[in-house]
Design a protein around this ligand. Structure first.
Ligand code: PMP
Length: 292
């Protein structure tokens, strides 16, 4: 039950449907966001909503889809989706897609539809993962797909390899996948950016093969506040094995320590002190104690 914002109107959850001839279902051209609201009852808000809306519009622009709404309207839609569903904490899913008005690859006459759904999302990983860290495997699926469809867009079709990578990781007893780019450098997780601490310097892959993560940027801002040196550069797999700390960042995963990659224990094999500090800063920010 509840309501979903669809093309400018709130519709009952069950009635927010698409046809089997939905263009995006066939060809995968569409884009979306994953956004989170924390503690709204106590006045905290949707975390970095404007950044997510900006990225959604950039994604649509890259995919040559014309947004039929303004950023203000999409922001208002997200706020209503949380409020009208009486959610205190929520995951939000704005999506831009082509409907069933026409088939064919030209698609230049098609109108983009927009929806915003919000629901309660239980913890992405087991709650203790935030303290203990997770086991990760390097994926046999690369992030090369991203180089074709461009990693600046959070595009539907970019998630095929991510899903296969995550399934592969889970079926081999790990909790998450680390995906490499097509040259073999570390790119990102299935839906998280990745960081390592090495010799006291924080390293994260440059934005050539990974999404411009909003949590990633939040962590870069925190590192600056803490006067920690950051290098955005290519990272090799063996550097991760010998890192002092490693963690993933993302709207769903938040700040998630990595304790093992490919059976190699990273650092002390548990959440490191910098990861813990950044986690604390992150939760303070999202809970509204210093939210921007
Ligand atoms: N990489 C990919 C491929 C993702 O899907 C996500 C989740 N949106 C991220 C990284 C993390 O981005 P953010 O911090 O904006 O959620």
């Amino acid at each position: 039950d509840g309501v979903i914002w669809l093309d400018g109107e709130m519709v009952p959850w069950r009635e927010a449907k698409v046809h089997v001839l939905t263009h995006t279902l066939h060809y995968g051209l569409g884009c979306f966001e994953g956004v989170r609201a924390y503690n709204t009852a106590e006045g905290a808000a949707i975390f970095r909503m404007k950044d997510h809306t900006d990225r959604l519009f950039r994604s649509a622009h890259i995919l040559n889809m014309k947004m039929p709404f303004s950023k203000d309207e999409i922001n208002a839609a997200q706020l209503s989706a949380v409020r009208d569903n009486n959610l205190d904490e929520a995951y939000l899913r704005p999506m831009v897609f082509y409907g069933s008005e026409g088939m064919g690859l030209r698609a230049d006459n098609l109108k983009a539809h927009v929806m915003v759904a919000a629901w309660e999302w239980p913890s992405y990983m087991a709650p203790e993962a935030k303290e203990l860290g997770i086991k990760v495997r390097t994926s046999s699926y690369t992030r090369h797909h991203v180089n074709i469809t461009m990693c600046k867009a959070k595009a539907n079709g970019n998630y095929i390899n991510s899903m296969l990578a995550l399934q592969e990781a889970v079926s081999s007893g790990c909790e998450e996948a680390l995906m490499l780019d097509n040259e073999g450098y570390v790119a990102e997780g299935s839906s998280e950016n990745f960081f390592i601490l090495r010799n006291g310097v924080l390293h994260t892959p440059e934005l050539t093969s990974c999404l411009e993560g909003i949590t990633r940027q939040t962590i870069l801002d925190f590192a600056k506040e803490l006067n920690i040196e950051v290098k955005e550069r290519r990272i090799t797999r063996d550097e991760v094995y010998v890192a002092e700390e490693a963690f993933f960042t993302g709207t769903a995963a938040e700040v998630l320590p990595v304790r093992e990659l490919d059976g190699r224990v990273i650092g002390a094999g548990k959440r490191g002190p910098l990861t813990e500090k950044l986690q604390t800063m992150f939760f303070d920010a999202v809970k509204g104690r210093s939210a921007k």
